[in-house]
Structure formats: structure tokens, C-alpha cells
Design a protein around this ligand. Structure first.
Ligand code: NAP
Length: 345
């Protein structure tokens, strides 16, 4: 690949989305140049566009790509022709996943950690879900840790919020043996899920139809609004567990409980025992994903493919030129299912 090659890429700056021409250029650090195959649009891309994402910036991070060139021959790095997905938790410099090419640079070790090699035997439509599945896996691994269990057999788990992450957490909890109920505020997302037949009717419910309590409740909504936390408290069993997953920001509190900083609990994956309204429950947090989560998810997609028909969750396929309009549309109305950007091969 020539160092002066030009490529079109989507840039987000000052809440403006623009497709610009960039040069591949040279770097003093190790550099990988990749050709994306599929990229997913994540809720956090929309939050970054709106300026409501308060911590890391990961614009265009759900990436499945093929390695086109690497600046150094090092056995740690993926090879030309390898398929990779991005682990956005590793610090590197990179262009957005919404581009004709992705150019990434950093130390050899960081690049090797950030770009996880994936098997060509799994379909691209499943591989592109690895990053959100890894975050969901981290959540379920934390649930196992806080419950001090090896699996979730005989546990009832309520996932509050049928957004993409809620769905993926539900799939993983069910794979690990839990009886799962996905609970949503309104009907549209449940209708979409019913049409995919990924969950049975009795695994899906509206908030108002819940009449039981659960061993574990995982709120996964856009933000952990007071009404979502209140609902989670209502439906958790005495001695049960609430695992905070959805968005939080510094200063957020659990309603009517003093001195519980939920952002700290979630981001630092802490555990606290709460007594409130006649119940005692554990309030715990989960945040991010590790290399082990990526590895576990790849194994699950290879060995338990029947449990992870995630390609059915793709709601819309677009091209690079359609990304700015789609992200801006997503700030105004809900697009059901995962939107996938396809690139010419
Ligand atoms: N802990 C972590 O490591 C981690 C990692 C990745 C993402 N996240 C967080 O997970 C969140 C969810 O991601 P996603 O992609 O699934 O997002 P999403 O598509 O924004 O999720 C939307 C869900 O939130 C529900 N919701 C929104 N406002 C609500 C309210 N006021 N009351 C009740 N339900 C409400 C929606 O219900 P309706 O269908 O009724 O609108 C829907 O089920 C992200 O915003 C992000 O902050 C956390």
C-alpha cells in the first residue's frame, strides 16, 4: 500500500459529521492499514454526535476489517489478509471505522491488543457483533462473579431495556443457563424482537405486565433514569442483585437512597449492599470489556452458534455515504435493530 494513498473517512468534530479525504501518511509508531468489511452503528456513536458521551471517545468502533498492510513485521501483529475486530478499550490512534480504510498507529503491543484476530469460518454478519457482545459478556462474567457462581442455572434474570445491549446480555444469560425475561417500556422493540424469533413470547414483557420478582435485575437503558432504577428495585427479590449496566454520569444517585453514587459503582465495578423499602439487595456495577471477553465471545460464536443468531438483529444495511444521515436520524427517532455499514470488497 503506497504511503500517499487517499481514502474517504467520516470525521466527527464539534458535533458535525463530514466525509473527508485523508492521506494514509506515515507514523513513527507501528501502523496498520485495514479495509473495513462491516461496521456497526452503536448508541454511543449517536451519543458522541450529540455530545452526551462524557468519558471515552470511540466514534465508529464496531469494526470488522481485513489487514491490508503493516509498517513492521512483528509476530505480535495480525498479518496481511487476517480478519480483525477492534477492542476500543485499548489506547491507540486510529481513524473512524466509517471509512474506506482504517489507519491505526500505536505501540506494537497496543495495536496487537486492540485488533483481535477473528476466524473466517464465522459469518461477517456475526463477527461484526463481537465488540458489543464482548461488553455484554463482561456484564455476564461480572454477574457470575457477584453471584459467586460458575453458571446461571436456576437463576431468574430480568434485563430491563430491549436495546441492542439488553438483547445481547439476554442471549448470554440464557446461554449460561438463566431463565431470562427482557422487559421494555414500550412495545416497538419487543415487536421487532418477536419478529426475529430470537426470544420466545414468554421471555419478553412490558414493564406493566411484570408480576414476579427476580434473582438478578440488569438495567441496560440508554441512561439509568430514576424511574428505571425504581422499577429495578421493585422487581428484584429480597437478597437479590441489581447489576448496573446502562449509562450513568458523575453525580447520579439511586432514587431515595442517600450516598449511593451509581456512576462510581458502575464504572469501578463495585458491590454495595442496600436496604431499602423492606428489601436488602446487592447493588453492583459492570463496565467495559477485557481481552478475555473478546476471546470468550469468539469461542462462543464458533462453538455455540445455535445460541447466537445475532445476524437476525440487523435492521438496516447502509453504505458509507448514508452514515451521516442515519446517525442524525437516530437522534430523532428510533431505528429498530442494528444498522450495519457495508463496504465494497
Ligand atoms: N456498562 C457498560 O460497559 C456499557 C457498555 C456499552 C454500553 N453501555 C450503556 O448501555 C446503554 C444501552 O445501550 P443500547 O445500545 O442498548 O441503547 P439504546 O438503544 O439506547 O437502549 C434503549 C433502551 O432504553 C430504553 N429507555 C430509554 N429511556 C427510557 C426510560 N426513560 N425509561 C425506560 N426505558 C427507557 C428504551 O426503551 P423504549 O424502547 O421504550 O424506548 C430501550 O429499551 C448505552 O446507552 C450505554 O450507556 C454500557
Amino acid at each position: 500500500m503506497s504511503a500517499s494513498q487517499t481514502y474517504r473517512t467520516l470525521k466527527l468534530s464539534e458535533n458535525k459529521l463530514e466525509i473527508v479525504n485523508e492521506q494514509v501518511g506515515e507514523s513513527n509508531d507501528a501502523q496498520l492499514v485495514m479495509k473495513p468489511i462491516l461496521a456497526g452503528i452503536c448508541r454511543s456513536d449517536v451519543k458522541e454526535f450529540l455530545g452526551t458521551r462524557t468519558v471515552r471517545h470511540d466514534f465508529g468502533h464496531e469494526i470488522l476489517a481485513e489487514i491490508k498492510s503493516r509498517s513492521i513485521n512483528n509476530s505480535l501483529l495480525p498479518k496481511v489478509g487476517d480478519l480483525v475486530v477492534l477492542d476500543p478499550h485499548v489506547e491507540i490512534d486510529r481513524s473512524s471505522g466509517f471509512g474506506e480504510l482504517i489507519v491505526a498507529s500505536g505501540s506494537t503491543e497496543s495495536l496487537a491488543k486492540a485488533f483481535v484476530k477473528v476466524p473466517a469460518s464465522v459469518s461477517p454478519e456475526r463477527l461484526v457483533f463481537i465488540e458489543p457482545l464482548a461488553c455484554a459478556h463482561h456484564c455476564v462474567a461480572n454477574l457470575l462473579k457477584f453471584e459467586q457462581k460458575q453458571d446461571l442455572q436456576s437463576l431468574s434474570v430480568a434485563v430491563v431495556g430491549a436495546g441492542m445491549t439488553g438483547i445481547l446480555i439476554g442471549l448470554l444469560c440464557r446461554h449460561y443457563g438463566a431463565k431470562v425475561t427482557i422487559i421494555n417500556r414500550s412495545e416497538d422493540r419487543l415487536g421487532f424482537l418477536r419478529r426475529t424469533s430470537i426470544f420466545s413470547d414468554d421471555e419478553l414483557s412490558l414493564f406493566g405486565d411484570i408480576e414476579q420478582e427476580f434473582d438478578a435485575v440488569i438495567p441496560t437503558t440508554t441512561f439509568l433514569f430514576p424511574e428505571v432504577l425504581e422499577f429495578s428495585r421493585e422487581i428484584v427479590k429480597d437478597s437479590g442483585l441489581i447489576l448496573l449496566y446502562g449509562g450513568t454520569k458523575s453525580g447520579d444517585k439511586f432514587p431515595n437512597i442517600n450516598n449511593i453514587a451509581i456512576d462510581d459503582i458502575r464504572r469501578n465495578q463495585r458491590e454495595s449492599t442496600i436496604t431499602s423499602k423492606g428489601k436488602s439487595f446487592k447493588l453492583c456495577g459492570t463496565h467495559g470489556a477485557t481481552t478475555d471477553d473478546f476471546k470468550s465471545v469468539i469461542k462462543l460464536l464458533e462453538n455455540s452458534s445455535q445460541d447466537f443468531a445475532v445476524e437476525k438483529l440487523i435492521g438496516r444495511r447502509i453504505t458509507l455515504d448514508g452514515v451521516p444521515k442515519t446517525i442524525s436520524e437516530m437522534t430523532k427517532k428510533e431505528i429498530l435493530g442494528k444498522t450495519i455499514v457495508e463496504f465494497d470488497l
